[in-house]
Design a protein. Structure first.
Length: 303
């Protein structure tokens, strides 16, 4: 397979979509690794496997309807494999294997049948001290935008998934691109104040637009830099409730077509007003694990 990804919105040809079959029992509180899952475990509203399977199948059928090749991970018994985005990512023609949270490290084995078809020279494994997850990485033309956490207390945050070492290594691997990193707000306990990954508080859409949540960024100037990259008039600012609902985590099939949650009415109206077609799905149950549509997809080829 010849990989090709340079941005978030060019016409999608091939994608890995997560699976919820044999997702395992509800985690114990101490096993959960994001504050939104913790909230739902405590409140007795953790999602049911059958509902999540249904939600993912809706996405699969929309992708297929738009002629996208949809690959699914092999099922590992009793293991959460919904959020394919984080296990690796493609930049240009290279597959970079993520050094993911140890609780999630088995997920990569389930896409070995895809990785085997990629030229070995194009597969990169970062050094072990580089932590990175695909939700934090966004190729954007000459830029690679990367969410990180630079605090000295990095190790205290199970929600901090991409470190400065990984940012530096990405710059070494792609010297012709500018790697721009963003220090993100982290909370292990409050999902409304936790930008788990960059795609939980920001995403480019269409040919010149972006969705953004200001408070997800710890540095005002980095937030301002992003806004000026797109132009203030092209940016939809979402509030903390909308970030919690994961409005920035929709998924682009092309510059003129996205998949979004049916409940995101303000966002969907804004997208349509910009000439972007919106295919809607119900993703409320998967959203309870602090991930949405971008998180459950791993694009391999865009035009
Ligand atoms: N790209 C993403 O934001 N992925 C969501 C991952 C959610 C999962 N509960 C996690 O904490 O790893």
């Amino acid at each position: 397979m010849k990989l090709h990804i340079n941005n978030e919105t060019s016409k999608l040809k091939s994608v890995i979509l997560g699976v919820a079959n044999s997702n395992g029992p509800q985690p114990k509180l101490e096993e959960a690794y994001d504050p939104k899952s913790i909230k739902h475990i405590k409140e007795g509203t953790y999602p049911e496997e059958s509902d999540m399977i249904e939600e993912l199948e809706e996405v699969a059928s929309i992708l297929k309807k738009h002629n996208v090749e949809v690959l699914r991970p092999r099922i590992i018994e009793n293991y959460n494999q919904i959020f394919s985005r984080d296990i690796g990512f493609v930049i240009e023609d290279k597959f970079i294997r993520a050094n993911i949270l140890p609780d999630r490290e088995k997920e990569i084995k389930a896409i070995d049948f895809v990785l085997e078809t990629i030229d070995p020279d194009k597969k990169i494994k970062l050094p072990d001290n580089c932590h990175v997850e695909g939700g934090d990485v966004m190729p954007y033309g000459d830029f690679i935008l990367v969410g990180t956490y630079r605090g000295e207390d990095y190790a205290d945050y199970i929600t901090a998934r991409t470190n400065v070492e990984a940012v530096e290594e990405l710059q070494r691997l792609f010297p012709h691109k500018t790697v721009k990193s963003f220090n993100l707000r982290k909370s292990n306990t409050d999902p409304k104040a936790n930008a788990l990954h960059l795609d939980c508080c920001f995403q480019p859409v269409g040919d010149k637009y972006a969705i953004i949540h200001r408070n997800g960024f710890l540095e005002e100037e980095e937030y301002e830099w992003l806004v000026s990259l797109f132009g203030k008039e092209n940016v939809l600012e979402i509030d903390s409730q909308e970030m919690f609902d994961m409005n920035s985590n929709i998924f682009s099939i092309s510059e003129s077509l996205v998949i979004s949650d049916v409940h995101f009415t303000r966002l969907n109206d804004w997208l349509r007003s910009k000439g972007i077609q919106v295919e809607t799905v119900n993703y409320r149950e998967i959203a309870k694990q602090e991930g949405l549509l971008r998180c459950s997809t791993l694009p391999l080829i865009r035009e």
